[in-house]
Design a protein around this ligand. Structure first.
Ligand code: SF4
Ligand code: FES
Length: 372
């Protein structure tokens, strides 16, 4: 077997060796953390993805050992392969930070700010990107784009106004199903995700478009408006599925399974199964197996501390050991005691008035007129 050629590349001052042919983005991901540029359209599990959104722009301050001239413009790191001796700046480059702010502003021109009612909130890559690089105001004075509604069937909801045209769902349908029925119709300002003459997406692997969509343009109809992701507890689980790997994350509240998704890695991409294949899941696992008894639960899924999803869980990270300290121990041996009885403080809260028996909406008078 021939030996693999390794290239040295330095990203934000950190040097690593990667095989020739590796992209700058993949090299930066190997270093990890903030050094890795954000990516809204690139998806390592989808051939041909990347090169659309420009969020991954970086500055190449030294082309290579042989030709050390810097590259004249910022380059898309997801589509540019490393050269030996290359030096790259990501967050250490003012030009990059400035350009990224511009890209976020551009992506948000037509994107609605409906995060409070969007199912993707809390796990939306555009929300994270705007938090890191966005501005609090818009300079856009025109009406945002609107679209005719397209029905994609009973399982997948399309909100075209939220789509950033990353093409990930199109590549997914192309590469996972034998007959893609949706795509991007029209061009420029009119470009939109649609099927040609109202078809529904119903291939048994088509649910994966929900997992790859970086925003809330494609969401799960069986989960819509049912809960916020940060109130749910993600649990790794598996089942013996004849169609897919059967390795999933269950999003539970108590014992109730609200949602089933594929397992995702730190870059928000589908995790590989132990045999090294992408762990795409089938529609049956995703949409129809909503009982805890359908699954073998493996345990809580570790979620990044930075994610809002981990905020509702002890120590900020699901999967950590539950703290063992009791209130007595941390309060110097003093037991907590009731400081105030709410019924003494408020007329409204008289315990012997049954709220269910009050006709119509209750207000202060309702309680004052009743002799407790
Ligand atoms: S629907 Fe989602 S995945 Fe598809 S192109 Fe739009 S943003 Fe990308
Ligand atoms: S992630 Fe590189 S251009 Fe979109």
């Amino acid at each position: 077997m021939s030996e693999q050629t390794l290239f040295k590349v330095t990203v934000d001052g950190i040097t690593i060796e990667v095989p020739a042919g590796t992209t700058i983005l993949q090299a930066a991901r190997q270093i990890g953390g903030e050094v890795a540029p954000p990516a809204m359209c690139y998806y390592s599990k989808l051939k041909g993805s990347g090169g659309k959104c420009r969020t991954c722009l970086v500055e190449v301050s030294k082309g290579s050992e042989k030709d050390p001239r810097p590259m004249p413009k910022l380059v898309a790191s997801c589509r540019t392969t490393v050269m030996d001796g290359m030096e790259v700046k990501n967050i250490t480059s003012e030009k990059v930070v400035d350009a990224r702010a511009g890209v976020v502003e551009f992506l948000l021109l037509n994107h609605p700010l409906d995060c409070p009612i969007c199912d993707q909130a809390g796990e939306c890559h555009l929300q994270d990107l705007s938090f890191d690089h966005g501005k609090s105001k818009t300079r856009f004075e025109f009406q945002k784009r609107t679209f005719k509604k397209h029905d994609l069937g009973d399982k997948i909801q399309l909100h075209m106004t939220r789509c950033i045209l990353c093409y990930r769902c199109v590549f997914t349908a192309d590469q996972l199903t034998n007959k893609r029925v949706h795509g991007i119709l029209d061009r420029g300002d009119h470009a939109e995700i649609a099927t040609h003459i109202e078809k529904s997406l119903d291939n048994e692997f088509i649910g994966n478009v929900i997992d790859v969509c970086p925003v809330g343009a494609l969401t799960d109809k069986t989960f819509r408006f049912k809960n916020r992701v940060w109130f749910l507890k993600p649990m790794d689980a598996h089942r013996d599925c004849p169609t897919c790997s059967g390795r999933v994350t269950l999003w539970n509240r108590g014992d109730e399974v609200y949602r089933v998704t594929a397992r995702k890695d730190e870059w928000g991409e589908i995790e590989d199964t132990p045999d090294g294949k992408p762990g795409w899941i089938c529609n049956n696992c995703r949409f129809d197996k909503k009982n805890a008894s359908d699954w073998v639960i493996e345990g809580p899924r570790a979620i990044s501390r930075a994610s809002v999803i981990s905020q509702g869980h002890y120590a900020g990270t699901v999967g950590m050991t539950k703290p063992t300290e009791t209130f007595l121990a941390v309060n110097g041996g003093r037991a907590p005691h009731l400081l105030m009885d709410i019924h003494d403080e408020s007329e409204v809260n008289k315990p012997n008035i049954h709220l269910g028996q009050i006709q119509g909406p209750s207000h202060g008078d309702t309680f004052e007129n009743k002799k407790a």
